[in-house]
Design a protein around this ligand. Sequence first.
Ligand code: HAM
Length: 434
Amino acid sequence: MATKINSIKGTNDLLPDGTPALKAHTVASAHTHVTNIARRVLERAGAQFIATPIFEEAELVKRGVGGSTDIVRKEMYTVTYFGGHGGYILRPEGTAGIVRAYLQNGLKQLPAPLKLWTHGPMFRAENVQAGRYRQFHQVDYEVLGSADALVDAEAIALMVDVVRALGLTGVRVKLGSIGDPADRDSYNEYLRGLFSPQLERLSDDSKDRLTRNPMRILDSKSAEDQALLRELNVRPMLDFLGAEASAHFAEVQAYLAAWGVEYDLDPSIVRGLDYYRRTAWELHHEGVGAKSALGGGGRYDGLSAQLGGPEVPGIGWAFGIERLLLALEAEGVGLPQTPGPLLYLAAMDTENVGLAAQTALGARAVARVEFAYKAQKPGNAFKDAERRRARYAAVIGTDEAERRVLNLKNLVSGEQREVSLDDLNAVLTELESN
Ligand code: HAM
């Protein structure tokens, strides 16, 4: 017998409702629900849908996400094909691809600020654990063409709106600023001075970070690094903001306060990608674990130029759909299942199976209608209809076929009603609407 082939570690199948032992983050209808809610909130705010390829030139990710990040140094999946080169990467995130698409397709011509959103799979070769996968899904929102603090505040408020619309309550925004490049340089210089005498106590990864980008040490997952950080009493990035970044950050906070959007100031926010500057934030939830963010975002005014384009200010955020679903599960928020069919049709004898199918096909112009592929006894047909969570069922026998009628049975009340086949679509339209 051939051996069974299983999915790759850290990837998940998204499965239909009713699958045995279905886990919250792998329910396909729940993913659809999240993206539908996000679509409603974001499109009301003027965002338009964009989709970019899931593989891109490696150079885009290296330059976009940044050479000092874990993503680029350890977690990139390269794509090769037989006989071809291996210079492609499975995207680890959506922002770099969206900015590339913006530059490549002349989206600068569209009215600014241009709001875009997308959702889809992302790939990072991380250590797999609850809420951390190698293929995961994001909802992503980006705004291009404005450096105004109002855009930052709106982006944060929208992110909160999406999770609220999903029914989550235990969410906190951790807000910080990582300043302009010159502010970051002086902070990194300060950190070098602080950590260099402690070189031997740093983890190997952080020794490396000390040369490439000392700020990354603050984000280290190593316990020794974290102990050293506590001991050294490191000053936060916020202390190093220049006048302009400070004023911008104050303005963002003033809007949020005026609108009643709650946040906790987090002076130590670092974020795991290099393109950020100024406003940066994360959305956290107790249900997903203290260190795991539901989502995060920030401003990236330098990214366009880094990708060979003109200076285009940008800001955006993404949240992980799997982590949102785990948080919803932790809060006990039920999600709507895909509704069953309005009508389930079966034939009592083989000669009428085709008529049941034809009737169903015609009725699909107005509603979801399913049919039995084999003749069924009425008792079995009604049981089947209930398993499929149908609202109505009808069984076609010789008498119904001759008279061209159906006996619609309401599966909740048990009431029956005879309907002529000619009127079926009108009746279904009416039933669908109530
Ligand atoms: P990020 O913080 O790397 O930001 O990822 C955003 C969210 O994606 C995380 O907060 C988390 O919920 C989810 N996520 C990340 N890695 C994993 C994983 N391995 N397994 C499950 N979920 C994961 C970005 O990706 C930026 N592109 C966000 C952004 C958009 N910034 C500006 N525009």
